[in-house]
Design a protein. Structure first.
Length: 415
């Protein structure tokens, strides 16, 4: 009889948990949430403007409960412009202006407000900084280009937004994260120690670079073109004097946009989240520089099943170079690393790439998802430095689960 009563209590607890989770889902936007921009008009007088002169912008959700004094600041990605004409064209579009992209952005993944999908950071203050300078928030040229009317002020944008956030309460943060994806991931690496210095009294400040570890791969085809491209970014935005002296004192400044030459000198704990088959790097930093922008490569990059055996081998060669680059880094105990084998670029603001174990192809290492691995690393529950060295072939991990199936996966993990 006692055994039966215990079984009934266990089942009741299970169904209560399901009910609570169901109610939580009904009262939250399980697909994420759109958050309106804050246009920082006050920054214009400081010269902190986008390529086209428009004011910087960010989206902000206020923290609550135990997260009221904790902050996540996310830097949007979107590549770079590498010449006057390229930046002029960019200034008219999505990544060169805050006036061409509506007035809101989408919060999910690391920025999700749903505890089910984001248990470690759901109730923190969360900020999404719009990317509109084409320099990973690094440029600071006083004069406006007289030929193109383009303004290069990415560093001023970063500083102006930080000043506004500090006034909103970030100066009293107990815990803080600076994160970014792609060009924002590179910006995270470049600004990591500076961000830490803004809140010296915080108990814990760490950085997360998502798909921002762009490799030099000097022994792979296209190395000279990769060097030339980043040299042009440095020259166009006059970044040489703003890049870390720990790098520029040892090598050409154009090589100081390659994180392999930077991360060894970063003092703040840094998490490197990557795919060994980073789809952006494979296409734009490897295939196109080495072989040209051909329809055959575009088809392969879009759908791995259309790749020839030769193309697959070249992609595998990139993986070897990528892993070798990471393995040459100094052994830093505070550094986290999650390097999988899915053919992807960008993870942490996508629910399917962040939450539970539901991504088709499983973005899981050591039986941990990205969100779990980063959460454990951030809160010092356990270290995490793992590279998938077993899967030598790129995997399609785009996923086909519905939102309902994703919810069931997450609920199951609460049991």
């Amino acid at each position: 009889m006692q055994r039966m009563e215990k079984h009934i209590q266990t089942m009741a607890g299970h169904w209560l948990k399901l009910l609570v989770c169901s109610l939580m889902m009904m009262n939250t936007q399980v697909r994420g949430a759109y958050v309106e921009f804050t246009f920082l008009e006050s920054a214009v007088s400081k010269g902190a403007v986008c390529l086209n002169g428009s004011p910087p912008a960010y989206s902000y959700v206020k923290g609550y409960g135990e997260g009221v004094s904790n902050w996540v600041v996310f830097l949007e990605g979107g590549g770079w412009c590498h010449s006057k004409r390229d930046c002029q064209a960019r200034a008219k579009g999505y990544f060169g202006s805050t006036l061409t992209r509506g007035n809101q952005t989408f919060f999910s993944g690391l920025l999700d407000e749903d505890k089910l999908y984001n248990p470690d950071f759901y109730n923190w203050n969360k900020v999404y900084i719009v990317y509109c300078d084409g320099s990973s928030f690094m440029s600071d040229i006083e004069e406006i280009d007289p030929e193109t009317n383009v303004t290069y002020r990415g560093a001023r944008i970063f500083n102006a937004v930080m000043e506004d956030l500090l006034a909103k309460g970030m100066k009293d943060a107990k815990n803080a994260v600076l994160a970014g994806t792609s060009a924002g991931g590179l910006a995270t690496i470049l600004h990591c120690d500076y961000f830490r210095g803004l809140i010296p009294n915080a108990s814990r400040v760490k950085c997360i670079s998502d798909s921002g570890f762009f490799i030099h791969a000097k022994n792979l085809l296209g190395a000279e073109k990769r060097e030339d491209y980043y040299a042009n970014v440095v020259a166009t935005h006059r970044l040489a004097k703003f890049l870390p002296a720990s790098c520029t004192s040892k090598t050409n400044s154009s090589l100081c946009l390659f994180p392999e030459n930077l991360v060894g000198d970063i003092q703040t704990p840094l998490f490197i989240l990557e795919s060994a088959f980073d789809s952006y790097q494979v296409e734009h930093n490897y295939m196109i520089p080495a072989f040209g922008n051909t329809s055959e490569w575009n088809e392969c990059n879009t759908n791995l099943t259309r790749c020839t055996s030769t193309q697959i081998q070249l992609i595998k060669d990139f993986r070897v170079a990528f892993i070798e680059t990471l393995q040459k880094l100094d052994n830093c105990s505070s550094r986290g690393m999650f390097v999988h084998s899915c053919y992807l670029h960008g993870h942490i603001t996508v629910k399917r790439g962040w939450s539970c174990s539901s991504v088709v192809g499983n973005n899981v290492l050591e039986n941990k998802t990205i969100g779990k691995a980063i959460g454990d690393w951030y809160f010092d529950r356990s270290s995490f430095q793992h590279i998938d060295t077993t899967n030598a072939v790129p995997r399609n991990c785009t996923g086909t689960l519905t939102s309902e199936e994703l919810q069931k996966k997450c609920i199951h993990q609460l049991d």
